[in-house]
Design a protein around this ligand. Structure first.
Ligand code: 4AD
Ligand code: MG
Length: 431
């Protein structure tokens, strides 16, 4: 059977059709019953007039519980005042399953209750809108790279070594080989890919045993990581800003209905266009001092520091050249100042903080060996990575964009937990 969905109703005006879905809401007034049907692609007001349908159907339209699964037949009418702009003059209603006492009602529920019922909460109007925006962001990410000759390369998830520090590693026993770790980032493998294919990107789940309970941290999140051979830090910033502009402008154009459902004020998002401001870490520290923050040079920017810095701009700001001490082992030092790493963080406005982290990579074998020693990393598990510097090393750069941070920012959410279907956090791994 060819299914018809609410999103395609404009092609069926004046025709009698059958739709399948769930009862979202209902109301009655005298001789009319209204059932709001949802099918995942939209919402449709289905009208039942007494006399046009059997007594039995007319009664059941009134008695059905929220989220009952149903099939409705009727004639499609244009109705600008109704949700979605159409209405169904209904002639038949079949009940697939009559749902009773659906736990999530239009009243307010606490966040823990909603998270416990995430498998059902996903059906709510705002959650559906968030998942649709998330999907469109994922597509924009892939389109952006695919249209620019990048090759998607999938890195392993079970890995023998740390990428982003050893304090956030999830460990798992691995047969006779000892301990394996869930990947924190596909970057090191992306670097191997860039040497093979020139321009690559990885896109998949990454894991951090984050002990922090902030609204910006998940223990499992999705990251997209481009890596480009023969690219320096400036090239990296050019890519990052074009990429962000592409994602945000695409979503604004194509998901305005969903952003309205989310009551997102999009004025700041409209500004996400090139050129975006670029400031050094030193300049960021100066901004903090000017705003009365006692910030010690050399520390990493914390969440509140990032918010303060990004609030000085009306679009994402790129902060580059951080103290090497607070950054990862693989970052290249600034030839102008050995204390600095050629690092890049992009901070989103409106308090969303870091959405991108990246750098130019250390491409010199001896320097990289020193870094591995300084960071107390086991050299043997990095031999393959060192080979990339032994055999045809080139300057190269890349970054990682956190998908949930991006979804959260574009949708205007308070917390990352709503930006992913089933969030994993320090105190939650269900449902
Ligand atoms: O800054 P991070 O740690 O950088 C890397 O992993 C690099 N290896 C990326 C690269 O250069 N290829 O993480 C990158 C981004 C952050 O900017 C943030 O958006 C997101 O990943 N992120 C998290 N998102 C949710 N929960 C967490 N615990 C996150 N940690 C990082
Ligand atoms: Mg970072």
């Amino acid at each position: 059977m060819q299914q018809i969905h609410i999103s395609n109703l404009k092609d069926y005006v004046g025709q009698e059709i059958t739709l399948q879905g769930w009862l979202f809401n209902k109301r009655s007034s005298g001789k009319v019953r209204f059932v709001i049907l949802r099918d995942g692609t939209g919402y449709l007001q289905c009208v039942f007039f007494k006399g046009n349908v059997s007594e039995e159907i007319f009664d059941s339209a009134d008695k059905l519980g929220q989220e009952s699964s149903i099939e409705i037949t009727g004639k499609v009418k244009e109705e600008p005042r109704a949700i979605g702009g159409f209405e169904l003059d209904s002639t038949d209603l079949k009940i697939i399953q009559a749902s009773q006492e659906y736990p999530i009602t239009p009243k307010d529920h606490g966040i823990e209750f909603l998270l416990d019922n995430r498998h059902l909460w996903l059906r709510s109007k705002k959650q559906v809108a968030i998942m649709q925006v998330r999907h469109r962001i994922i597509k924009a990410i892939r389109d952006y790279f695919d249209e620019r000759d990048y090759t998607l390369m999938d890195p392993p998830i079970l890995t023998p070594n740390a990428v982003e520090g050893t304090s956030t590693l999830f460990e798992t026993p691995y047969f006779d080989l000892g301990t394996a770790y869930l990947t924190q980032s596909g970057q090191l493998y992306a670097e191997a890919g860039a040497m093979a294919l020139g321009k690559v990107y990885t896109f998949g789940p990454t894991f951090r045993a984050e002990k922090s309970k902030t609204r910006r941290h998940l223990t499992e999140f999705w990251m997209v990581e481009p890596e480009v051979a023969f690219a320096d830090l400036d090239d990296n910033m050019d890519i990052a800003e074009e990429f962000l502009e592409y994602i945000v402008q695409t979503v604004l154009e194509e998901k305005d209905e969903e952003l309205k459902i989310l009551e997102r004020d999009t004025s700041m998002l409209q500004n996400v266009k090139r050129p975006m401001p670029r400031i050094t870490y030193d300049e960021a520290v100066e901004l903090l001092h000017k705003n009365g923050v006692e910030f010690e040079w050399g520390k990493d920017l914390g969440g509140t520091d990032e918010t303060l810095v990004s609030n000085q701009f009306d679009k994402p700001v790129m902060v580059h050249r951080y103290p090497a001490e607070v950054k990862a082992f693989y970052m290249k030092r600034d030839p102008e100042n050995n204390n600095l790493a050629l690092a890049l963080d992009v901070l989103a406005p409106e308090g969303y903080g870091e959405i991108i982290g990246g750098s130019q990579r250390e491409d010199n074998l001896d320097e990289l060996l020193d870094r591995i020693k300084e960071h107390n990393l086991p050299q043997d598990t990095f031999e393959w990575y060192l080979d990339l510097r032994r055999y045809g090393t080139v300057p190269h750069s890349g970054f990682g964009l956190g998908l949930e941070r991006t979804v959260s920012w574009i949708c205007g959410l308070d917390h990352l937990r709503e930006a992913i279907p089933f969030p994993r956090m320090i105190y939650r791994n269900t449902p």
